[in-house]
Design a protein. Sequence first.
Length: 294
Amino acid sequence: MKRALITGIKGFTGQYVAAELERHGWEMWGLGSHPEAGDARYRHVDLANAAGLEATVEEIRPDAVVHLAAIAFVGHGKPEAFYQVNLIGTRNLLAALAACEKTPDCVLLASSANIYGNTTEGILNESSPPNPANDYAVSKLTMEYMARLWMDKLPIVITRPFNYTGVGQAESFLLPKIVAHFRRKVDVIELGNLDVWRDFSDVRAVATAYRRLLEARPAGETVNVCSGQAHSLREVIAMAEGISGRAIDVRVNPAFVRASEVKTLCGDASKLRSLIGEWHTPPLEETLRWMLEG
């Protein structure tokens, strides 16, 4: 049985990736920044703890690594935390993996499509120029450049997931916030800019893509994970109204409008499919129905 190590295993994405890998015969181990009792294969290690990471990696000796631990909420209140966790934390992990006697077969690093920022291009592929518009995106792009320094020592694959969602995602993220308002049957919701367009995938499909990338082991590659179709926030509201059978009064709160808002993000998943074979994410309406009715 192959052994996989997931950082951030107790987080939203981590739980789905762990379940996906376990269903396909992997032995799951996890790292996280919070204590967790009763799980023999979970280790409480902060990414800032370089020595602790090295000791833990040497203990587990994983065949594959999925690095998901990060500060992912763009509106996080402490900009410096993006760099401490997303950049320095990732470097500490790569150093620990490189120092381990056993080299993993694949190290998957989750970056973000936010690195593309605001662009005049339509559908974004991996060669589209980066143009990060906030500290989160800058931290992820810098992490990508830093990771290249380790590609001669480790079989690294970098993913650039576009927006994705599903049951269990925190309400600080946009779609879960909208879903929660409909589930609670409230009459009014306050949002920011309604004229933003995003490429949404289903977290279950993202987990499948990650598992198949671990199996394919395309070392040195950077890969978009996306649906290839963008929806506006107005469309999302309309879908939720259609599924729930109830209308909601949407009010724009200026406090929720970000000056550095990325207006449109839509990706090209051709490279992903060339590496792992045919892959699809459910239509957004199907994912929303799962979230609203689940």
